[in-house]
Design a protein around this ligand. Structure first.
Ligand code: DC
Length: 219
């Protein structure tokens, strides 16, 4: 059995950063499942499809993506990093992600990331749906204000314009959609360790996660 560590949580909780750090530390592969939903949304937009069109599932199924060694994402051979992480792309991803056929189309692609010696997978339903048998499930949360502040700093650092009040509204709207959808809603797995990162440093969260991962016998 190739071990999988799942990290689920809302946008801005720090799960992307923690997933990357854990994967590097353990020498495991990394799955950023949100990137697949974001790329599907961008590919659908490129084809001029409405976000709720049934064809979006075909787009997900046939998605032509690759990730460079430094994590840069390419769609049909074109680097899309400049638009991939914007809040607008996140909102589009959240909309297409509510459709069962889109989720089903991405399942096999996500599971193909399980390769020796192990995988760290981050998303919304990694522990509840995609990797239901994962031996270590984590759920990272933080208050909406703190998540918006983190996102604000990230966007400014990457040279984007940002407005904190608007970000709080956008994050709330995305949270509501991700938590309340009928299929694979954002919810901690029953056996997940839930960590609130609002007032913790990245190092402190990582230490708690490592303790749990060791206790679960993954490493
Ligand atoms: O993690 P992220 O912000 O990149 O994710 C973007 C959107 O994609 C998120 O708002 C909902 C959707 N998503 C999902 O439904 N399931 C996942 N496993 C990952 C992301």
């Amino acid at each position: 059995m190739i071990p999988v560590i799942t990290i689920d949580g809302p946008s801005g909780s720090g799960k992307g950063t923690l997933a990357r750090r854990l994967a590097e530390r353990l020498g495991f592969h990394l799955l950023d499942s949100g990137a697949l939903y974001r790329l599907t949304a961008l590919a659908a937009q490129k084809r001029g499809l409405a976000l709720d069109a049934p064809e979006v599932a075909e787009v997900a199924e046939t998605l032509n993506v690759h990730f460079a060694g430094d994590g840069a994402a390419f769609l049909d051979g074109t680097c899309v990093d400049s638009v991939l992480r914007t809040e607008q792309t996140g909102a589009m991803a959240s909309q297409i992600a509510a459709h069962p056929n889109v989720r089903a189309a991405l399942l096999a692609r996500q599971r193909a990331f399980v390769q020796p010696p192990g995988l760290v997978a981050d998303g919304r339903d990694m522990g509840t749906v995609v990797f239901i048998d994962a031996p270590a499930k984590l759920f990272l949360d933080a208050s909406v204000e703190i998540r918006a502040e983190r996102r604000y700093k990230q966007l400014i650092e990457h040279g984007f314009n940002a407005n904190l009040a608007a970000l709080i509204d956008e994050i709330r709207a995305r949270d509501d959609r991700d938590r309340n959808r009928a299929i694979a809603p954002l919810v901690p797995a029953a056996e997940a360790l839930v960590i609130d990162s609002s007032h913790l440093s990245i190092e402190a969260v990582e230490a708690q996660m490592m303790e749990f991962i060791r206790a679960q016998g993954v490493v």
